[in-house]
Design a protein around this ligand. Structure first.
Ligand code: SAM
Length: 275
Protein backbone atom coordinates (compact mmCIF):
# COMPACT_ATOMS: atom_id res chain seq x y z
CA UNK A 1 0.00 0.00 0.00
CA UNK A 2 2.71 2.50 1.01
CA UNK A 3 4.58 1.79 -2.29
CA UNK A 4 1.62 3.38 -4.08
CA UNK A 5 2.91 6.74 -2.88
CA UNK A 6 6.45 6.43 -4.28
CA UNK A 7 7.35 9.31 -6.59
CA UNK A 8 3.83 10.75 -6.49
CA UNK A 9 2.71 14.35 -6.09
CA UNK A 10 -0.84 14.57 -4.75
CA UNK A 11 -3.04 17.56 -5.43
CA UNK A 12 -5.02 18.55 -2.33
CA UNK A 13 -4.93 19.90 1.18
CA UNK A 14 -1.91 18.54 3.02
CA UNK A 15 -3.78 17.70 6.23
CA UNK A 16 -6.51 15.80 4.37
CA UNK A 17 -4.00 13.91 2.20
CA UNK A 18 -1.78 13.00 5.17
CA UNK A 19 -4.80 11.67 7.08
CA UNK A 20 -5.30 9.05 4.33
CA UNK A 21 -1.74 7.68 4.66
CA UNK A 22 -0.66 4.65 6.70
CA UNK A 23 1.49 4.89 9.86
CA UNK A 24 5.28 4.96 9.96
CA UNK A 25 6.35 4.36 6.35
CA UNK A 26 8.35 7.52 5.50
CA UNK A 27 12.03 8.08 6.33
CA UNK A 28 12.42 11.84 6.15
CA UNK A 29 10.41 15.01 5.54
CA UNK A 30 11.38 18.52 4.48
CA UNK A 31 9.09 21.48 3.93
CA UNK A 32 8.47 25.17 3.93
CA UNK A 33 4.76 25.80 4.57
CA UNK A 34 2.93 29.00 3.67
CA UNK A 35 3.89 31.51 6.40
CA UNK A 36 0.48 33.17 6.96
CA UNK A 37 1.99 36.40 5.82
CA UNK A 38 -1.15 38.49 6.33
CA UNK A 39 -1.49 40.13 2.92
CA UNK A 40 -3.78 42.74 4.49
CA UNK A 41 -0.80 44.42 6.14
CA UNK A 42 0.69 45.36 2.78
CA UNK A 43 3.14 42.51 3.04
CA UNK A 44 4.66 43.83 6.24
CA UNK A 45 5.51 40.26 7.23
CA UNK A 46 6.83 38.84 3.99
CA UNK A 47 6.76 41.00 0.91
CA UNK A 48 6.14 40.12 -2.73
CA UNK A 49 4.82 36.59 -2.19
CA UNK A 50 1.43 36.01 -3.78
CA UNK A 51 0.22 32.46 -4.40
CA UNK A 52 -2.15 31.79 -7.27
CA UNK A 53 -4.74 29.51 -5.65
CA UNK A 54 -5.07 30.52 -2.00
CA UNK A 55 -4.76 33.53 0.27
CA UNK A 56 -1.97 33.22 2.79
CA UNK A 57 -3.90 35.09 5.45
CA UNK A 58 -5.95 33.44 8.19
CA UNK A 59 -6.28 34.34 11.89
CA UNK A 60 -2.94 33.46 13.50
CA UNK A 61 -4.48 31.08 16.06
CA UNK A 62 -6.19 29.13 13.27
CA UNK A 63 -2.94 29.01 11.29
CA UNK A 64 -0.93 27.69 14.22
CA UNK A 65 -3.58 25.10 15.10
CA UNK A 66 -3.55 23.81 11.52
CA UNK A 67 0.26 23.61 11.52
CA UNK A 68 0.18 21.56 14.74
CA UNK A 69 -2.32 19.14 13.16
CA UNK A 70 -0.25 18.81 9.96
CA UNK A 71 2.96 18.29 11.97
CA UNK A 72 1.29 15.65 14.15
CA UNK A 73 0.07 13.78 11.06
CA UNK A 74 3.63 13.93 9.73
CA UNK A 75 4.82 12.52 13.07
CA UNK A 76 2.43 9.60 12.55
CA UNK A 77 3.43 8.79 8.95
CA UNK A 78 7.20 9.10 9.54
CA UNK A 79 9.09 6.08 10.93
CA UNK A 80 10.44 5.99 14.49
CA UNK A 81 13.96 7.38 14.34
CA UNK A 82 12.91 9.54 11.37
CA UNK A 83 13.21 13.31 11.06
CA UNK A 84 11.31 16.25 9.64
CA UNK A 85 12.93 19.56 8.68
CA UNK A 86 10.60 22.56 8.94
CA UNK A 87 11.62 25.85 7.34
CA UNK A 88 9.89 28.90 8.82
CA UNK A 89 10.65 32.33 10.16
CA UNK A 90 9.95 34.72 13.01
CA UNK A 91 7.08 37.07 12.08
CA UNK A 92 5.55 40.16 13.68
CA UNK A 93 1.95 41.38 13.47
CA UNK A 94 1.25 44.84 14.91
CA UNK A 95 4.40 44.61 17.00
CA UNK A 96 3.65 41.13 18.39
CA UNK A 97 6.23 38.45 17.66
CA UNK A 98 5.19 35.00 16.45
CA UNK A 99 7.97 32.47 16.82
CA UNK A 100 7.76 28.98 15.23
CA UNK A 101 8.56 27.49 18.65
CA UNK A 102 5.16 28.83 19.81
CA UNK A 103 3.49 25.94 17.98
CA UNK A 104 6.33 23.43 17.56
CA UNK A 105 6.28 22.84 21.34
CA UNK A 106 2.61 21.80 21.01
CA UNK A 107 3.40 18.97 18.57
CA UNK A 108 4.56 15.44 19.38
CA UNK A 109 7.98 16.06 17.83
CA UNK A 110 11.25 16.39 19.75
CA UNK A 111 12.91 19.60 18.58
CA UNK A 112 16.44 18.41 17.90
CA UNK A 113 17.97 21.61 16.57
CA UNK A 114 17.22 25.15 15.47
CA UNK A 115 19.26 26.02 12.40
CA UNK A 116 19.68 29.60 11.27
CA UNK A 117 19.55 30.07 7.52
CA UNK A 118 21.45 33.28 6.78
CA UNK A 119 20.12 34.06 3.32
CA UNK A 120 22.93 36.54 2.68
CA UNK A 121 20.45 39.01 1.20
CA UNK A 122 21.21 42.70 0.79
CA UNK A 123 20.34 44.99 3.70
CA UNK A 124 17.31 47.29 3.81
CA UNK A 125 17.64 50.98 4.59
CA UNK A 126 14.57 51.33 6.76
CA UNK A 127 12.37 49.26 9.03
CA UNK A 128 11.05 48.81 12.56
CA UNK A 129 13.81 46.37 13.43
CA UNK A 130 17.28 45.43 12.23
CA UNK A 131 16.90 43.91 8.76
CA UNK A 132 15.84 40.31 9.10
CA UNK A 133 18.16 38.33 6.84
CA UNK A 134 17.57 34.92 8.37
CA UNK A 135 15.00 32.17 8.31
CA UNK A 136 14.90 29.16 10.63
CA UNK A 137 15.00 25.47 9.92
CA UNK A 138 13.78 23.19 12.71
CA UNK A 139 15.11 19.65 12.86
CA UNK A 140 12.27 17.64 14.39
CA UNK A 141 12.94 14.11 15.55
CA UNK A 142 10.63 11.13 16.18
CA UNK A 143 12.22 9.20 19.06
CA UNK A 144 12.86 5.49 18.71
CA UNK A 145 12.02 3.46 21.81
CA UNK A 146 11.93 6.64 23.88
CA UNK A 147 15.47 7.71 22.92
CA UNK A 148 15.26 11.43 22.11
CA UNK A 149 18.94 11.76 21.13
CA UNK A 150 18.89 9.51 18.09
CA UNK A 151 21.92 8.48 16.03
CA UNK A 152 25.15 10.45 15.79
CA UNK A 153 25.69 12.29 12.49
CA UNK A 154 28.64 11.24 10.33
CA UNK A 155 31.62 13.60 10.68
CA UNK A 156 31.26 14.65 7.03
CA UNK A 157 27.86 16.18 7.91
CA UNK A 158 28.33 17.16 11.58
CA UNK A 159 31.17 19.48 10.51
CA UNK A 160 28.60 21.76 8.86
CA UNK A 161 27.54 24.33 11.43
CA UNK A 162 24.10 25.28 12.72
CA UNK A 163 24.28 28.47 10.64
CA UNK A 164 23.62 27.77 6.98
CA UNK A 165 24.91 30.72 5.01
CA UNK A 166 23.72 30.39 1.43
CA UNK A 167 21.58 32.18 -1.12
CA UNK A 168 17.83 31.81 -1.72
CA UNK A 169 16.47 30.63 -5.07
CA UNK A 170 16.28 33.30 -7.76
CA UNK A 171 15.47 31.37 -10.91
CA UNK A 172 12.07 29.81 -10.36
CA UNK A 173 8.57 31.05 -11.31
CA UNK A 174 7.06 29.79 -8.02
CA UNK A 175 6.51 32.74 -5.60
CA UNK A 176 8.35 31.20 -2.62
CA UNK A 177 10.66 28.33 -3.55
CA UNK A 178 13.58 27.23 -1.42
CA UNK A 179 16.91 26.51 -3.18
CA UNK A 180 17.80 22.93 -4.13
CA UNK A 181 20.99 22.94 -2.01
CA UNK A 182 18.76 23.07 1.09
CA UNK A 183 16.89 19.73 0.74
CA UNK A 184 20.07 18.25 -0.79
CA UNK A 185 22.03 19.13 2.38
CA UNK A 186 19.39 17.52 4.59
CA UNK A 187 19.08 14.37 2.47
CA UNK A 188 22.87 13.93 2.20
CA UNK A 189 23.18 14.27 5.99
CA UNK A 190 20.25 12.07 7.03
CA UNK A 191 19.88 9.29 4.47
CA UNK A 192 22.33 6.63 3.35
CA UNK A 193 23.50 6.80 -0.25
CA UNK A 194 23.45 3.00 -0.35
CA UNK A 195 19.77 2.58 0.36
CA UNK A 196 16.87 4.45 -1.25
CA UNK A 197 14.78 6.28 1.36
CA UNK A 198 11.37 7.91 1.02
CA UNK A 199 11.19 11.70 1.48
CA UNK A 200 7.96 13.67 1.94
CA UNK A 201 7.25 17.35 1.34
CA UNK A 202 3.63 18.24 2.29
CA UNK A 203 3.85 21.73 0.67
CA UNK A 204 5.98 20.80 -2.32
CA UNK A 205 5.37 23.88 -4.53
CA UNK A 206 7.77 23.79 -7.45
CA UNK A 207 9.10 20.34 -6.49
CA UNK A 208 12.49 21.33 -5.06
CA UNK A 209 12.50 18.54 -2.44
CA UNK A 210 11.56 15.94 -5.08
CA UNK A 211 14.32 17.15 -7.44
CA UNK A 212 16.93 16.82 -4.68
CA UNK A 213 15.62 13.41 -3.57
CA UNK A 214 15.55 12.01 -7.11
CA UNK A 215 19.02 13.34 -7.95
CA UNK A 216 20.37 11.69 -4.80
CA UNK A 217 18.78 8.30 -5.55
CA UNK A 218 15.74 8.46 -3.24
CA UNK A 219 11.99 8.41 -3.78
CA UNK A 220 9.58 11.18 -2.79
CA UNK A 221 5.97 12.04 -2.01
CA UNK A 222 4.73 15.58 -2.49
CA UNK A 223 1.47 17.36 -1.74
CA UNK A 224 0.35 20.77 -2.98
CA UNK A 225 -3.00 22.47 -3.26
CA UNK A 226 -2.16 24.17 -6.56
CA UNK A 227 -2.34 22.15 -9.77
CA UNK A 228 -0.23 24.62 -11.73
CA UNK A 229 2.65 24.35 -9.27
CA UNK A 230 2.41 20.56 -9.46
CA UNK A 231 2.58 20.65 -13.30
CA UNK A 232 5.68 22.80 -13.03
CA UNK A 233 7.18 20.46 -10.39
CA UNK A 234 6.61 17.42 -12.65
CA UNK A 235 8.35 19.19 -15.54
CA UNK A 236 11.24 20.10 -13.27
CA UNK A 237 11.60 16.55 -11.97
CA UNK A 238 11.68 15.28 -15.57
CA UNK A 239 14.48 17.74 -16.40
CA UNK A 240 16.28 17.31 -13.07
CA UNK A 241 19.64 16.57 -14.72
CA UNK A 242 19.86 20.33 -15.35
CA UNK A 243 20.12 20.86 -11.58
CA UNK A 244 22.72 18.20 -10.98
CA UNK A 245 25.55 20.75 -10.65
CA UNK A 246 23.88 22.49 -7.69
CA UNK A 247 23.41 19.19 -5.88
CA UNK A 248 27.00 18.12 -6.63
CA UNK A 249 28.24 21.48 -5.30
CA UNK A 250 26.43 20.69 -2.04
CA UNK A 251 27.80 17.13 -1.99
CA UNK A 252 31.33 18.53 -2.22
CA UNK A 253 30.80 20.15 1.20
CA UNK A 254 30.14 16.74 2.78
CA UNK A 255 33.71 15.53 2.68
CA UNK A 256 36.03 15.16 5.63
CA UNK A 257 39.48 16.33 4.59
CA UNK A 258 40.94 15.87 8.09
CA UNK A 259 39.48 13.66 10.81
CA UNK A 260 38.68 15.06 14.26
CA UNK A 261 41.65 13.25 15.84
CA UNK A 262 44.02 14.51 13.12
CA UNK A 263 42.88 18.11 13.73
CA UNK A 264 43.24 17.66 17.49
CA UNK A 265 46.74 16.25 17.04
CA UNK A 266 47.74 19.21 14.83
CA UNK A 267 46.33 21.70 17.33
CA UNK A 268 48.31 20.05 20.15
CA UNK A 269 51.55 20.15 18.11
CA UNK A 270 50.96 23.83 17.33
CA UNK A 271 50.46 24.58 21.05
CA UNK A 272 53.67 22.72 21.87
CA UNK A 273 55.55 24.95 19.41
CA UNK A 274 54.45 28.05 21.34
CA UNK A 275 55.08 26.51 24.80
C1 SAM B 1 6.44 28.16 0.65
S1 SAM B 1 5.65 27.28 -0.65
C2 SAM B 1 6.67 25.85 -0.81
C3 SAM B 1 7.69 26.02 -1.90
C4 SAM B 1 8.58 24.83 -2.11
N1 SAM B 1 9.46 24.57 -0.98
C5 SAM B 1 9.45 25.04 -3.36
O1 SAM B 1 10.69 24.97 -3.24
O2 SAM B 1 8.92 25.34 -4.41
C6 SAM B 1 4.19 26.68 0.08
C7 SAM B 1 3.32 25.84 -0.84
O3 SAM B 1 2.21 25.36 -0.09
C8 SAM B 1 1.09 25.22 -0.96
N2 SAM B 1 -0.10 25.18 -0.08
C9 SAM B 1 -0.72 26.18 0.56
N3 SAM B 1 -1.73 25.73 1.32
C10 SAM B 1 -1.73 24.39 1.17
C11 SAM B 1 -2.52 23.33 1.73
N4 SAM B 1 -3.51 23.58 2.60
N5 SAM B 1 -2.24 22.06 1.37
C12 SAM B 1 -1.23 21.79 0.47
N6 SAM B 1 -0.46 22.75 -0.08
C13 SAM B 1 -0.70 24.02 0.26
C14 SAM B 1 1.20 26.42 -1.88
O4 SAM B 1 0.51 26.21 -3.09
C15 SAM B 1 2.71 26.57 -2.05
O5 SAM B 1 3.17 25.96 -3.24
Amino acid sequence: MSRLYNDKILCGDSLAELQKMPDGFIDLGITSPPYNKQEKNNGELVSKVVYSSFRDSVPEAEYQENQVRVLDELFRVIKEGGSFFYNHKIRWVNGEMFHPMDWLRKTQWTVKQEIIWDRTIAGNIRGWRFWQVEERIYWLYKPMEGNKKGKELDSKDAKLTSIWRNVPENNNPHPAPFPVWLPARIILSLLSEQEAGLVIDPYIGSGTTAVAAALLGHTYIGIDIDEQYIDYAQERIKNRAQECDKVEKERALHIVKKSHSKRKQEAKSALRLFA
